[in-house]
Design a protein around this ligand. Structure first.
Ligand SMILES: [Zn+2]
Length: 206
């Protein structure tokens, strides 16, 4: 396939990007100087060379920060390992983490569940969450799982799904399962929620 068509196809796969926008991206790139394109492709290559995914929380991080095979957050002994905050997307994690309002550990599901999703485990890391919770609970450290989903229909659907797979573990290991309290108005995505809203929602979790 010629490079223009090929790139249009790649950009069309991006979230929220249609073929028309994808085409605009490609012509934007063509109009830039060669240095811009070189730096752009270099940045893409560096993603593979320098970024890795944590096997515990599943977030992406700089390989050079790895400690004992974990990301620096999972390896941080100062964090409260009795609490696990479960979020849908990487951007949700980033938004909450930069607020410094959570001192426990994190788990990133990698997406959310549309209504009537037939294969939830292909969309989100439900099985991985189950295993993580089980491992952490067996070690005797985990006490609470906080399900921090967006106040959207997909977020609510994801929450409902997690509430079907976690209770057996919660019962077995005496874990508390909580979700964000009010304060998050309907339609709010955690990716965009502000410090005070998020702080209140966490404080009022139940
Ligand atoms: Zn981690």
């Amino acid at each position: 396939m010629p490079p223009i068509e090929s790139l249009i196809e790649y950009f069309s796969k991006f979230p929220g990007i249609g073929p028309r926008q994808a085409k605009r991206f490609v012509y934007f790139l063509l109009a830039k100087d060669p240095m811009f394109r070189e730096n752009f492709s270099e940045a893409l290559v560096r993603l593979d060379k320098e970024i890795t995914q944590c096997g515990l929380c599943f977030r992406y991080y700089q390989k050079s920060y790895e400690r004992d095979g974990k990301c620096p957050i999972c390896a941080d002994a100062m964090r409260d390992s009795s609490k696990l905050l479960v979020v849908e997307k990487d951007v949700d994690f980033e938004n909450i983490h930069k607020m410094s309002i959570w001192d426990g550990q994190y788990f990133i599901l990698g997406g959310s569940l549309p209504i009537l999703e037939k294969e939830p485990t292909k969309k989100i890391r439900g099985r991985e969450l189950f295993n993580t919770v089980q491992d952490r609970a067996k070690n005797g450290t985990l006490k609470e799982i906080v399900l921090a989903m967006s106040a959207t229909s997909e977020g609510e659907n994801t929450l409902a799904y997690l509430e079907t797979i976690l209770p057996p573990l919660a019962e077995k290991y005496h874990l508390k399962i909580t979700s964000l309290g009010r304060g998050i108005s309907s339609g709010t995505e955690l990716e965009y929620s502000d410090h005070d809203t998020m702080h209140n929602a966490l404080e009022n979790r139940k």
